[in-house]
Design a protein around this ligand. Structure first.
Ligand code: 6PG
Length: 252
């Protein structure tokens, strides 16, 4: 995965990874707010970002961003209500959103509670187009997208062998995920790759072999969907800890 806009930064441990990630979010936010008066951020789900969100809502980081100028979106959501233990919105709300002075109308969650995940995807796509004032065929540009990577190489809810990995027309998709026997709602590569910056957060030795495949192996997005994230113009930053980086042959 060679590219001029690619940066791989290895941190000693999860705590250092989280601190560096928090600084990256703050810097990106302040740059966007200075330039446009608003910062559009797509949040990642899963467990790794929880500590990042908690840190952003704590001193000193909480004092370094004009949170009323931040608009929050999600990269993916589970097909569950917002109060469900698996909800990515619930996790971010508890760790960060409920602790910061954010206007409620700046929080654009995916409606995982809708009975039809496809209708939820359609609705979210309309929200994105409205909020970014991007009618088709334009594609909204997030200032920053946060992503994680699973041990199977998935990111957002782009899982190995699923059509969403190759979705090029829709901005939001509702794939069936066989391994979990459920639907997910996810941003597609079309919009993810239009972001001004994408930051992956990867921690833990259980991801080391996959990370080497993703970063140093052949391009096989059906096996390793994280490889499909290659921002067209934007910057791609991999923030990884030493445990996850231990199999990398080309030490950054
Ligand atoms: C989700 C996430 C997912 C996550 C990876 C890594 O909804 O689960 O969007 O893509 O980022 O599974 O999760 P961890 O950071 O918990 O390992």
């Amino acid at each position: 995965m060679a590219s001029a806009n690619l940066e791989i930064r290895v941190q000693a441990d999860t705590q250092e990874l989280t601190r560096v990630a928090a600084q990256e979010v703050v810097d990106c936010a302040n740059k966007a707010i200075r330039a446009n008066g608003v910062f559009t951020l797509a949040l990642a789900g899963g467990s790794t970002p929880r500590s990042l969100y908690t840190l952003l809502a704590s001193h000193p980081f909480r004092d370094q961003v004009a949170w009323d100028k931040v608009k929050f979106f999600w990269g993916d959501e589970r097909h569950v209500p917002p109060d469900h233990q698996d909800s990515n919105y619930k996790m971010a709300h508890e760790a960060m959103l409920s602790h910061l002075p954010i206007p409620p109308d700046h929080i654009y969650r995916m409606l995982g509670e809708m009975s039809s995940p496809q209708e939820a995807a359609d609705w979210y796509e309309s929200v994105l187009r409205e909020q970014f004032q991007s009618p088709p065929p334009e594609i909204p540009h997030f200032n920053l997208v946060l992503l994680g990577m699973g041990p199977d190489g998935h990111t957002a809810s782009l899982f190995p062998g699923t059509p969403a990995v190759h979705e090029t027309s829709r901005l939001v998709s509702a794939p069936w995920v066989e391994k979990f026997q459920t639907h997910r709602i996810t941003l597609t590569p079309s919009i993810l790759n239009q972001a001004e910056q994408v930051v992956f957060l990867v921690s833990g030795g259980d991801k080391a072999e996959t990370l080497r495949e993703v970063l140093e192996g052949p391009y096989e997005p059906d096996r390793f969907p994280s490889q499909v994230i290659r921002p067209t113009q934007g910057k791609l930053t991999w923030l990884v800890d030493q445990a996850a980086a231990r199999e990398l042959r080309r030490r950054p």
